[in-house]
Design a protein around this ligand. Structure first.
Ligand SMILES: Cc1cc2nc3c(=O)[nH]c(=O)nc-3n(C[C@H](O)[C@H](O)[C@H](O)COP(=O)(O)O)c2cc1C
Length: 152
């Protein structure tokens, strides 16, 4: 399918307790907006699983819980991707974590391995706690990797 900027459907789904991952998701949204795209940003709990295939690209933003685990609120998202063949959907996985823990951003690694098999994974990004100004160029590179894979 030939895509143009205006008809590319991009979703950003995030989960966040103390706000770090929400900030990261919003940084990524800003990156897409700067590239002329208008992604839909939404929390994992309201994720429209039945409409997965309506998206050209989906970005997942998650924090890490337990010992390198995916938070419970992200499990249904993980399972929705795991149970389908979605090779025509471009994905990116981003997350925040804390280097205090031995498995830094472990949830990003768990998602990355699954998305690599089930989807067309284009980018991954790990951010320490709240995104800083110095993380914004990394967000832009993440967005550019997604757009490159979409052929834009
Ligand atoms: C109980 C608990 C367990 C955590 N486990 C990990 C972990 O294994 N690896 C990691 O990188 N961060 C871990 N974290 C840190 C959070 O992932 C980090 O603070 C994150 O930025 C929180 O995101 P939020 O502000 O969007 O809720 C843990 C935090 C808590 C409270």
């Amino acid at each position: 399918m030939a895509l143009t900027n205006c008809d590319t459907r991009i979703g950003i789904v995030y989960t966040s307790v103390s706000g770090n991952t929400k900030d990261l998701a919003e940084c990524l949204k800003t990156g897409f907006l700067q590239c002329g795209l208008s992604p839909i940003l939404g929390e994992a709990r309201g994720f429209p699983f039945e409409k997965l295939k309506d998206f050209d690209a989906i970005i997942i933003a998650t924090y890490t819980w337990g010992n390198g685990e995916i938070p419970g609120s992200m499990r249904p998202v993980y399972e929705a991707f795991e149970q389908q063949n979605l090779k025509n959907i471009v994905t990116g996985i981003a997350g925040t974590g804390d280097r205090f823990y031995p498995n830094f951003c472990g949830a990003v690694d768990v998602f990355r391995d699954m998305l690599y098999v089930r989807t067309t994974l284009a980018a991954s990004l790990k951010v320490e706690l709240a995104p800083q100004d110095s993380d914004f160029p990394r967000c832009i590179r993440f967005v550019e990797s997604i757009l490159k894979r979409l052929g834009q």
